[in-house]
Ligand binder design. Structure first.
Ligand SMILES: [Zn+2]
Length: 269
C-alpha cells in the first residue's frame, strides 16, 4: 500500500488496483471522562500517561474513506456536515483536494449510523451532497435508527440494509463488529493480494486503546461487546497483516497494526 498523493485534508493510497483516499472531515474534542475502565469506571488522576490532551480534552479525528476502482467511487461514512460541532464538515474540501467529483460517488456504505458518520448526505444548504447516489447501504440492525433521523428523511426509503458477510462490491466485504453500536461494521477491502480493514469506530482514542484495548468509550452502546470486538478485530488485522483505516485514528488514520505482548501497536502509513 503506497501513498500516491496528499494534502491538508486528504491522503490517497494505491492498494492493488484500487485507490483508497482518507478524507478528513475535521475533529471533535471530548473530555477524558468518556474513557472507561472495565466495569464502566471513569478515570480520575490515574489516567494513563500516554493519553494526549489538548486544553484538557481528547481530540478525535473524524475521517471518511473513499474507494475508487476506476469506474465508480464508493464512500464509507460521510462525516458530520453541519449537524454537530463546527470543527467538522470539511469533507467537501477533502474531496475537492483529492480531485474526486461528487458526481462519481454512486455507493455510500455506513459503518454505523452515528451523526458524525451519516450527516454529510445533505449539505449545509439542504441540497443532496451526492446527486448521482444510487445505493445507500445501512447495517441491517440500524435501519430503524437511520430512519429515525428526521434530518435525513428524504433518504429513509432509499436506504438498503446489508448484512455481515455480504459483499457490497467486487472488492468490499462487510464484517460484523458490534458493540460501539448494534450494527457496527468493518469493511474488508481486498485487491491484488493486499487487504485493508476500514474499521469504523473500533478505536476512539489511539493514544491509549492500542496499548490498552480493554479501555472503552462512554458512547459504546455495549461496553463488553465493544471491548470484545476491538480485541477480535485488532488480532485479526495484526495476524493477517492487513492495513487498517479508522474513522477516529489521527488523520489520515491508515496504517499497520502489530501485536506487542498482550497489546497492540499502530504504525501510520
Ligand atoms: Zn464515530
Amino acid at each position: 500500500m503506497q501513498r500516491t498523493n496528499s494534502g491538508d485534508n486528504h491522503t490517497s493510497y494505491k492498494t492493488g488496483s484500487l485507490i483508497m483516499t482518507s478524507l478528513r472531515d475535521g475533529y471533535v474534542d471530548m473530555p477524558p471522562t468518556r474513557l472507561r475502565r472495565p466495569g464502566n469506571k471513569v478515570f480520575g488522576n490515574e489516567l494513563p500517561q500516554q493519553v494526549h490532551l489538548i486544553d484538557g480534552n481528547l481530540r478525535l479525528s473524524v475521517n471518511a474513506f473513499s474507494l475508487d476502482d476506476g469506474v465508480d467511487v464508493t464512500l464509507i461514512d460521510t462525516g458530520a456536515s453541519n449537524a454537530w460541532h463546527p470543527s467538522m464538515g470539511l469533507l467537501p474540501h477533502a474531496l475537492r483536494e483529492a480531485n474526486i467529483s461528487v458526481d462519481r460517488v454512486q455507493t455510500i456504505a455506513f459503518t454505523h449510523t452515528h451523526i458524525d458518520h451519516i450527516n454529510r448526505l445533505i449539505l449545509p444548504n439542504g441540497h443532496d451532497a451526492f446527486p448521482q447516489l444510487s445505493r445507500l447501504l445501512v447495517p441491517k440492525e440500524e435501519l430503524d435508527m437511520f430512519r429515525a433521523e428526521a434530518r435525513l428523511e428524504r433518504f429513509h426509503e432509499r436506504a438498503e440494509a446489508f448484512e455481515a458477510g455480504q459483499r457490497i462490491g467486487a472488492n468490499i466485504e462487510a464484517m460484523a463488529a458490534p458493540g460501539h453500536e448494534v450494527g457496527h461494521t468493518c469493511f474488508r477491502i481486498t485487491s491484488g493480494g493486499e487487504a485493508v480493514l476500514v474499521w469504523g469506530d473500533i478505536v476512539h482514542v489511539p493514544s491509549v486503546q492500542f496499548e490498552r484495548p480493554e479501555i472503552t468509550w462512554e458512547f459504546d452502546r455495549d461496553q463488553e461487546q465493544a471491548r470484545a470486538s476491538r480485541l477480535r478485530i485488532m488480532a485479526l488485522a495484526a495476524d493477517n497483516m492487513s492495513y487498517v483505516a479508522g474513522a477516529h485514528l489521527n488523520s489520515p488514520g491508515v496504517g499497520r497494526i502489530t501485536r506487542a505482548g498482550t497489546s497492540f501497536r499502530f504504525d501510520p502509513s
